[in-house]
Design a protein. Structure first.
Length: 261
């Protein structure tokens, strides 16, 4: 028995035994029996009470999922709508119940479920997709949607402070202005890209860069970057930019086709 549950049961016991009447003392056996009878269902309620909210939320999430799926499957022929695989549907609905306050994540789960119920699309559904959505924050979902709209390659720059001995310090890594168009917390772009790369949705080639120098100019001239490079450096130091880029992997494009159509 967990300490929290034990404490809850103890509180119930104290509340029930407080303020005993004289009759309780005069008839201890009857009082104890009555107390035990009322204590058992209360104990069960304490044990199951923490699950009740999850069950209610689960029922609510299923109803909300049904509404979303009705819209997404409205144009699919009835004979093409099939039962989804349990290994996709069950965890997707469970996770959706925790994401009802995020439209971006909710839509991704709903798209995944709709694809798993479409006979023409279900072969594209990978069971890992549920776990991937689970590991995304709403900003990362927004970023993926933006990346998928146009362009296969997106420029990145890192800002280095080069020292007199030619060593350098990385002041800002993998900066992109794309997050300022879509994300609520755009300054977290480098961590968002790290996570998307960890999930194999994007790739950032080591020492790779785009040959068109012009695509890096908006990044170098961005206010955030200029605020850094306008700082006065110690004698013998200078600023340098390391160019790079990122793109959706084949797996990332597969994920986007299913979860962000």
């Amino acid at each position: 028995m967990s300490e929290d549950i034990g404490n809850e049961i103890a509180k119930e016991f104290v509340s029930q035994t407080a303020g005993k009447t004289y009759d309780d003392v005069a008839h201890p056996a009857a009082s104890a029996t009555g107390q035990l009878v009322s204590f058992i269902p209360r104990t069960i309620k304490v044990w199951l009470g923490k699950w009740e909210k999850w069950i209610i939320n689960g029922e609510y999430s299923i109803k909300e999922t049904e509404k979303l799926l009705e819209k997404k499957l409205a144009n699919i022929a009835e004979d093409k709508i099939t039962e989804p695989e349990a290994y996709v549907a069950v965890p997707a609905i469970q996770q959706l119940s925790y994401s009802l306050d995020s439209e971006d994540l909710r839509e991704m789960y709903a798209n995944l479920l709709a694809s798993s119920m479409n006979a023409d699309a279900k072969e594209n559904v990978h069971p890992a997709f549920v776990e991937i959505i689970k590991q995304l924050c709403p900003d990362e979902a927004k970023l993926l949607k933006r990346i998928s709209l146009n362009g296969d390659e997106y420029p990145l720059i890192s800002i280095h402070r080069v020292n007199p001995d030619r060593s350098f310090n990385v002041i800002m890594r993998n900066f992109s202005d794309i997050a300022f168009e879509t994300c609520e917390n755009p300054l977290n772009i480098y961590s968002y890209l790290d996570n998307l790369e960890r999930l194999k949705l994007i790739e950032i080639p080591y020492d790779g860069y785009l040959t068109d120098e012009k695509v890096y100019n908006p990044l170098k001239n961005h206010e955030i970057v200029k605020n850094i490079t306008s700082q006065i450096l110690p004698e013998g130091c200078h600023w340098d930019f390391k160019k790079n880029y990122f793109f959706l992997t084949a797996f990332g494009k597969h994920f986007v086709r299913v979860c962000l159509p």
